[in-house]
Write a protein that binds this ligand. Sequence first.
Ligand code: UDP
Ligand code: MG
Length: 137
Amino acid sequence: MVEKTLAIIKPDAIKKKHVGKIMQRIEDEGFKISGLRMLHLTKEEAKGFYIIHKEKNFYESLTDFMSSGEIVIMVLEREEAVSHWRRVMGATDPALAAPGTLRQMFGFSIERNAVHGSDSPTTAEWEINYFYKEEEQ
Ligand code: UDP
Ligand code: MG
């Protein structure tokens, strides 16, 4: 089934100029980029996006990082978009991510891991709605 997921290129990857390579990989993997925007989240917006992690010890640092610079958000469409994008990203910790995955290639640490992807179709819908009004989707 064709589905949508939300992908983010995080501030570390933007600063290191990996945007072009990551977007090329997205197209090579057969995704249609159906939404694309660069923005700089406020601390409050980052906290809202990661609200599910509010009790975690990394919440403050993660939301500082995610609001520290520009990000690129994308809506990606493909068969099994959510699980396919998770496979292309690799494990959360770049040190554990499989060779050839984006986090293994471009991630710096478990926090500064270059890219984000929704973890289920339900989360994807919530995350897309967080950034896009209904008529923009
Ligand atoms: N994160 C972190 N420390 C951790 C785990 C996660 O800083 O110990 C950050 C990391 O940037 C990760 C994000 O929090 O991508 C969300 O964590 P999650 O467990 O949802 O990982 P993901 O779904 O991004 O692989
Ligand atoms: Mg997650």
